[in-house]
Design a protein around this ligand. Structure first.
Ligand code: DX5
Ligand code: ZN
Length: 218
């Protein structure tokens, strides 16, 4: 593969020492920011006010993952506060293409995410409407879950389709990514890797990022 990206998830960071934890991942490509509304997923994190402070503090650009209901209404606000990318869930969106166009208009990369049980064939004809597609490798909602290797065929089908269409779309995986699982995802065609516990659970997050990078490029 060409360029790969490692995006640590601050879901595994210390929420009351966010500034210090952000400083520890300065060698990452993006910081992955998990917004949960206790409705689309059974967990709650934070909303735009917190993300705005993260945006002001982070040494790297923001990759916002919205696990929320009604993204058609709420996602543009995250693009407006300056997030580099905003990813909403296909299952939650009323008009995914229209929303993606709106996000791009504001200046963000537009991303769409799919839960493990959601097929991706409906995206094949609209790949170019998105800058990134996120294939969840756990059920969204919590960090520290086990990587679902059974999502690799779906990821590979997206990679094949993107290749066949000459699409530049980034393929992202999120959930259970570690030094021992990342190579499988890279092999299946992912180029952008979210890792929470594997980065913030390490004594040296910078070293963990480097190790993930090495495994993904191997
Ligand atoms: C899960 C979140 C992930 C989470 C990943 O719903 O979307 O971004 O932080 O955590 P790990 O890497 O620990 O599986
Ligand atoms: Zn996430």
């Amino acid at each position: 593969a060409d360029a790969i990206r490692i995006n640590p998830s601050i879901l595994a960071a210390d929420f009351v020492n966010m500034q210090a934890d952000l400083a520890r991942i300065a060698t990452a490509d993006f910081v992955h920011v998990d917004v949960m509304d206790n409705h689309f997923v059974p967990n709650l994190t934070f909303g735009p006010q917190m993300v705005e402070r993260i945006q002001a503090t982070s040494p790297v650009p923001l990759d916002v993952h919205l696990m929320i209901a009604d993204p058609d209404r709420w996602a543009p606000g995250y693009a407006e506060l300056g997030a580099a990318s905003v990813t909403f869930h296909l299952e939650a969106a009323t008009d995914p293409v229209r929303l993606a166009r709106r996000l791009r208009e504001i200046g963000a990369r537009a991303g769409v995410a799919v839960k493990p049980a959601t097929p991706v064939e409906s995206l094949f004809d609209v790949l170019d409407e998105f800058d990134q597609i996120l294939v969840m490798t756990v059920e969204p909602g919590f960090g520290g879950q086990s990587f679902m290797a059974d999502q690799m065929p779906k990821l590979a089908s997206l990679a094949d389709e993107a290749r066949a269409r000459g699409s530049q779309v980034w393929l992202q995986v999120d959930g259970g990514i570690s030094a021992s699982t990342i190579a499988q995802a890279a092999e299946a065609g992912a180029d952008t890797f979210v890792a929470g516990s594997a980065v913030f659970g390490a004594d040296d997050p910078g070293q963990a990022i480097a190790a993930l990078r090495a495994q993904a490029s191997a």
